[in-house]
Design a protein around this ligand. Structure first.
Ligand code: 7RM
Length: 625
């Protein structure tokens, strides 16, 4: 932990010479098989970091910890949905990874091959990722909640020849038929030579001869030795698909060395991780947060990382708090959407458990509204744990805006300051920095080591999506403003900004006010094209238990927002609904709601939507009117 003056000194020096700053970090942070001499080759928008060095992500996450006392430290603490527990030390995790990598090598897979991983939140997911990394196989984890069709398009785009799955996963007591979904996908993917199946639940599955292989048989027959393969720094570690504005998912490519250097550095700056900490990030490994902050970041640090298989409210709403108490978790990293659902369930659930081990709380995924921030701070953190609101993207690879605890005073709702080496700014449409307090587009003016290297197989789309609005400058797609203390306030995606009669407001601002009303659990604000006002504000709201949706309450909520923000923000309409459509990672899909209020039906891509019935209900009630 640094004080503010020291920290500002680091940030200043880093910005004065980012290349030297990152080079120094890379030299001490990673094990190099052969050292790099050039730090950055930048031919915008294509960056190469530490390109003439060789390293290996798996070696950095495991092997290098085995020579000292950490060999018997818990690397991974796993809690199953049915309360099973597995604790793997660094030594034990290493042993399993080596075995599995040897098996993959035995099947003929190696550097540059692509593997699809379609796995539940179990230790074997970590084993499979690290085994691929060990051999230079590029992995792409597909979230276990995705359908066979979504899986197929990703396998196809990636040209994967290997698939790794489990018989099934568990979710809220139900079985998710992973192997069956993979079979359906593979019926149209002739390029996949093998699918390896880990027996997790014992669900009945079909095994196709020659193509399908049992994980257990493979490791039993594998050679005992399998050294990590030194790969060039720029060798892709993984590809992760993320949704863009069109229907086709984008395959975000991440490098080996630059990625690892920066996830490791941010673990230190943001989470202030200590060797005796138990650290828990609740994300799924199917999302970038799971890659960077459950697997690669913590393991590169030699930390103890917790992985939980199931849902936050299964079998009871206090499952997370139970886990924190059970493992004495010190650092806890979750999302605003999870926090809002905890608020809805009531304080009695966390209050039943001993949360005194917590030292630091984190948030990621969306702007966190101040009322959720305050709840997190008081009910979970007992007003003694700093909250790090971390802004970043699948594309950025690691956290770029966040307080560094101890050094940076927090403000509820702000991701505060750019981390060392990050040149963030807010631009207007013309590409000029806007004055403090004025809203604009969040951009990054200099390349950073963990930035995406491209979109798999589509350099044009990469250029077009991120680098065409301001040449040589990375466009985040987020709207933000900076206050007079230099703090960044990210308001959300650019298309989440609503303009009513020339008054710009963010969906977040309106939603924050809505959820402060005692009857409201969650809210989503969208704009509907309006001849007079440009856009009219429509707010969808779910209610807390006990509240009844009546026209009188709708009117009260309209007045409430008007009263709290100003008359211009009084919604045209407040629609009380059973649930909001969300992506599988919990982000509210405002785009769908916007389409719903604009066209009265939804035609866009819905492959990332979690619960289709929510959307069906919203449209049905629309037709009832
Ligand atoms: C890590 C992750 C990225 C988008 C990003 C923002 C939003 C994420 C915050 C946030 C405000 C935050 N990757 N976002 N974190 N907005 N404050 N702390 O979420 O690729 O799935 O999403 O998420 O809009 O552009 S992601």
């Amino acid at each position: 932990m640094m004080d503010r003056t020291t920290y500002d000194g680091v940030r200043k020096a880093a910005l004065a010479d980012p290349e030297e700053f990152w080079a120094a970090r890379a030299r001490v942070g990673l094990h190099w098989f052969s050292p790099f001499r050039t730090t950055l080759e930048w031919q915008a928008p294509f960056a190469r970091w530490f390109a003439d060095g060789t390293t290996n992500a798996c070696y950095n996450c495991l092997d290098r910890h085995l020579t000292g006392w950490r060999k018997n430290k818990a690397a991974l603490i796993w809690e199953g949905e049915e309360y099973q527990q597995r604790i793997l030390t660094y030594q034990e995790l290493h042993r399993r990874v080596v075995q599995f990598a040897a098996a993959l090598r035995g099947l003929g897979y190696g550097q540059g091959d692509r593997a699809i991983l379609y796995l539940p939140m179990i230790p074997e997911a970590a084993v499979a990722m690290l085994a691929c990394a060990r051999l230079g196989i590029i992995h792409s984890v597909v979230f276990a909640g995705f359908s066979a069709e979504a899986l197929r398009t990703r396998i196809d785009d990636l040209g994967a020849t290997l698939a790794i799955t489990a018989d099934a996963g568990r979710r809220r007591g139900r079985i998710v038929p992973l192997k069956k979904n993979l079979d359906d996908a593979l019926s149209e993917c002739p390029g996949v030579r093998h699918s390896i199946v880990y027996r997790h639940t014992g669900a009945e599955i079909e095994m196709r001869e020659r193509r399908d292989l049992e994980w257990a048989d493979l490791v039993a027959g594998a050679e005992a030795e399998c050294p990590a393969v030194p790969v060039p720094s720029e060798h892709p570690l993984f590809v992760l698909y993320t949704s863009g504005t069109t229907g086709k998912p984008k395959g975000v490519v991440h490098s080996t060395a630059g990625y690892l250097v920066q996830v490791q550095a941010t673990m230190e700056w943001v989470f202030d991780l200590r060797d005796d900490d138990t650290y828990w990030c609740t994300a799924d490994i199917g999302w970038v947060t799971g890659h960077s902050y459950i697997i690669y970041g913590p393991l590169a640090m030699g930390a103890t990382t917790v992985m939980y298989e199931g849902a936050p409210d299964w079998p009871r709403p206090d499952r997370f708090w139970e886990i924190i108490a059970k493992y004495r978790v010190n650092v806890f990293y979750t999302s605003p959407t999870a926090i809002r659902s905890f608020i809805r369930q009531g304080d009695e659930h966390p209050n039943r458990h001993d949360l005194s081990s917590l030292r630091l709380l984190g948030s990621v995924g969306e702007p966190i509204n101040p009322s959720a921030w305050n709840w997190y701070n008081t009910v979970i953190g007992k007003s003694r744990c700093p909250i790090v609101d971390t802004w970043w993207q699948t594309e950025t690879g690691s956290i770029l805006l966040s307080p560094s605890p101890g050094a940076v005073e927090t403000k509820p709702g702000s991701a505060t300051l750019p981390l060392p080496g990050i040149d963030a700014a807010i631009f207007n449409l013309k590409g000029e920095p806007v004055p403090d307090g004025q809203q604009g587009y969040l951009v990054l003016r200099k390349p950073w080591p963990s930035m995406l290297r491209g979109l798999y197989g589509d350099p044009e789309r990469y250029r077009e999506n991120y680098w065409s609005r301001y040449p040589g400058v990375y466009f985040t797609g987020d709207a933000a403003h900076r206050d007079s203390d230099g703090y960044f306030w990210v308001l959300g995606r650019v298309d989440d900004v609503i303009n009513v009669s020339g008054h710009r407001m963010s969906t977040m601002e309106v939603e924050s006010v809505m959820v402060r009303h005692p009857a409201v659990a969650e809210a989503a604000a969208v704009g509907r094209p309006d001849e007079l006002k440009g856009q009219a504000l429509v707010v969808f709201a779910t209610l807390k238990g006990g509240a009844t949706p009546t026209p009188a309450l709708g009117e009260e909520l309209r007045q409430w927002v008007g009263q709290e923000i100003g008359g211009f923000a009084r919604p045209e309409e407040v629609r009380m609904v059973d649930g909001l459509p969300k992506t599988r990672s919990g982000k509210i899909m405002r785009r769908l709601l916007r389409e719903l209020v604009t066209n009265r039906h939804v035609a866009g891509d819905t492959t990332t939507l979690e619960d289709f019935s929510v959307l069906a209900k919203l449209s049905a009630s629309d037709e009832d009117e």
